[in-house]
Ligand binder design. Structure first.
Ligand SMILES: C[S@@+](CC[C@H](N)C(=O)[O-])C[C@H]1O[C@@H](n2cnc3c(N)ncnc32)[C@H](O)[C@@H]1O
Length: 274
């Protein structure tokens, strides 16, 4: 089996290992939330011991739940809009397209930094209508090769938290400047949760003191780009996926679900229309 080195990736690029590890652990569990056999296959083909990526207690479950919430949002969109375009921001080695198997009329664009896209293209099975965009989201030309006139869902898992506030504004503005209409859905961090970003990703080389981007009110994103309309939010604690968790975690989720402000500190997914 050919394996692929990731030594050349920067720490921020290596954060893709954190989400990948969460999904690998989900696939190894007795009652997986995602049921995605491709993730273990991809992890095995990396010249890297994925078990050296340390995840704190509850983090693998949180990653699986937020992935599943985002899957549902994208799935609902492409089933309603068979001519949709899906844009995955900071796609890393995410395998959402393979889990959802959208209709062949849907075009799917994975955007990430060039080194990551190169690795991704080696590891992912070929699929018609899958397109790779190897560029930074901070390059204003990142949308140039993506159709603008079809219903579009832009999805981000774990990416916007790694950009600063001004950079997020820039990305949000580019989305509504380029695409004529659709939805934006991403996992968000509260300000307190964002302070922990460095700690959660230090085992892949991120500085422990790194603080991600966070906000406490979904309308803060509308203030950053008034062309976005807030649609809804979903916390992991209140999500149906939590019912699949083991005893103690399930009870904790039910308890947290009663206090949305607290629940947002865990898994929190927000959705906007434009
Ligand atoms: C935490 S990982 C998440 C990866 C993937 N979304 C997932 O859920 O597995 C963050 C990803 O954002 C990418 N990224 C960071 N800065 C970026 C930028 N400026 N432009 C594009 N991608 C970026 C990294 O390379 C990495 O793949």
């Amino acid at each position: 089996m050919k394996t692929y080195s990731i030594d050349h990736l920067t720490p921020v690029q290596k954060t893709l290992l954190v989400t990948l590890k969460g999904r690998v652990l989900d696939s190894r569990s007795n009652n997986p939330i995602l049921r995605d056999p491709l993730v273990t296959d991809i992890a095995r083909r990396l010249d890297y011991d994925i078990d050296t990526v340390k995840l704190s207690l509850g983090v693998p479950e949180a990653i699986a739940i937020r992935t599943s919430i985002l899957d549902r949002a994208v799935d609902a969109f492409v089933r309603t809009h068979p001519d949709a375009v899906v844009v995955e921001l900071g796609s890393g080695l995410e395998t959402r397209m393979f889990r959802l198997a959208p209709p062949a009329t849907v075009d799917w664009y994975d955007v990430d930094l060039p080194e990551v896209i190169e690795l991704r293209d080696e590891l992912m099975p070929h699929r018609e209508n899958a397109h790779s965009v190897g560029t930074s989201l901070l390059d204003p030309g990142w949308t140039d090769t993506i159709p603008s006139d079809r219903p579009t869902i832009v999805v981000g898992d774990g990416i916007l938290g790694f950009l600063g506030e001004e950079q997020n504004k820039q990305v949000l503005t580019r989305i509504t400047d380029h695409f004529t209409g659709g939805e934006l859905v991403f996992n968000a961090y509260t300000k307190i949760a964002a302070r922990m970003t460095g700690r959660y990703t230090s085992s892949v080389g991120m500085p422990k003191e790194f603080r991600g981007f966070g906000f406490n009110d979904p309308h803060d994103v509308v203030a950053m780009n008034p062309r976005l309309t807030f649609v809804d939010e979903q916390t992991g604690a209140a999500a149906p996926e939590s019912e699949q968790l083991n005893g103690l975690y399930r009870l904790l989720a039910r308890w947290f679900a009663r206090w949305p402000a607290q629940a947002r500190r865990g898994v929190w997914v927000v959705r906007y229309r434009f």
